[in-house]
Design a protein around this ligand. Structure first.
Ligand SMILES: Cc1cc2nc3c(=O)[nH]c(=O)nc-3n(C[C@H](O)[C@H](O)[C@H](O)COP(=O)(O)O)c2cc1C
Length: 327
């Protein structure tokens, strides 16, 4: 009987489009269930955090424009303060509340030359709000100088980028947890929509567990045994709102690339591993990997140390004019 169910399952999911349609609908169901409502983000800590980050960043980027309009965004700031207060009453003060206050502090200092642009009552509200916490230097603007770019060049970057390859033949030198932590920490500088950073990185260093998890993935045959560490990059649906169901893959993809580049810069090898699978299989893998239901898989990254000499695929790239279309 089990055999028959398995067979039907395989036919439906792999030989007909039904499985694909089902997987897309299931993804949509997860998005509608876990994404936040931008009008009313509710009480869930993660959803509220992402909401505050999003709306705080809208204010922050308004200040980074060439000529911000005096008095801009008052309605949005009143909402931001209201939502921050409701966050604090539920979950207390933390980094996100510091970011909000520091950003509003920047808004106040922008208006120091033009205090009349802000109604008295509004000014009292925002001054009172920021005074509740010391500045932590976590929000607002920072000043850069063009000369900081002097030590980079396209030539150097080209060399760095073109010597990265997907590695499928690692040495057996183990990699320390601290090294992986440092690498991921650097990669967190990846840009994301409204700075929401709606990604998670799940890290596995146990050989048996890595093998089990790789057993759900269809592209590691032949080099499973030499994979030393495994990362699974996911997108947290709670970071996104309506019409953002694809954004999770964009942001998570950018982060994954930076993790691979950071690994490369640290002299380690990596191979991205797809997580293209029917939704039922994704759920089984998530369960085995201890990944909650509100996250979607972006990709796995196999990590290992480099051998002194090894082969990689040429993976030749298309000609520039095949992909670059000037309009
Ligand atoms: C999202 C993604 C998933 C991939 N999945 C696999 C995989 O399952 N197995 C594998 O051996 N390579 C996989 N690759 C590696 C590609 O084959 C490789 O990136 C491509 O051929 C370009 O080669 P390069 O990475 O050496 O530049 C994947 C790459 C990406 C970006």
């Amino acid at each position: 009987m089990n055999w028959l169910i398995h067979k039907i399952h395989r036919v439906v999911f792999f030989r007909t489009p039904i499985g694909e349609v089902w997987s897309i609908l299931y993804g949509l169901y997860l998005h509608l269930r876990f994404s936040f409502n931008d009008r009313s983000p509710g009480k869930d800590r993660a959803k509220l955090t992402y909401y505050l980050t999003k709306h705080c960043h809208i204010l922050e980027k308004g200040l980074a424009l060439p000529a911000p309009r005096a008095g801009f965004g008052q309605k949005q700031i009143i909402d931001l303060i209201e939502k921050t207060r409701s966050y604090e009453s539920l979950h207390g003060k933390d980094t996100v509340t510091k970011v909000v206050r520091d950003t509003i502090r920047e808004y106040i200092s922008f208006h120091e030359k033009n205090p009349h642009a802000l109604p008295r009552e509004f000014l009292c509200l925002i001054l009172g709000f920021v005074e509740e916490e010391e500045s932590a230097g976590k929000g607002g603007l920072k000043t850069l100088e063009k000369k900081m770019w002097g030590s980079y060049s396209l030539e150097t970057f080209k060399h760095f980028l073109t010597c990265r390859h997907s590695v499928r033949d690692f040495s057996n030198t183990p990699i320390g947890d601290a090294t992986i932590q440092e690498i991921v920490h650097v990669a967190l500088n990846t840009p994301s929509v409204c700075n929401r950073q709606g990604w998670m990185i799940h890290y596995y260093n146990n050989e048996a567990e890595i093998k089990t998890l790789l057993g759900y993935q269809n592209g590691n045959a032949g080099f499973t045994d030499c994979i030393n560490r495994l990362l699974i990059v996911t997108g947290n649906i709670k970071a996104f709102t309506r019409y953002e169901h694809n954004q999770l893959f964009v942001d998570g993809g950018l982060l994954s690339m930076n993790i691979m580049l950071a690994l490369h810069s640290a002299g380690l090898g990596s191979c991205p591993l797809n997580t293209c699978m029917p939704s039922y299989k994704e759920e089984i893998l998530k369960k085995a990997a201890k990944i909650p239901m509100n996250e979607k898989l972006i990709m796995m990254i196999a990590v290992g140390s480099l051998k002194d000499k090894f082969s990689v695929t040429q993976s030749d790239r298309y000609e520039l004019d095949h992909v670059l279309k000037a309009h």
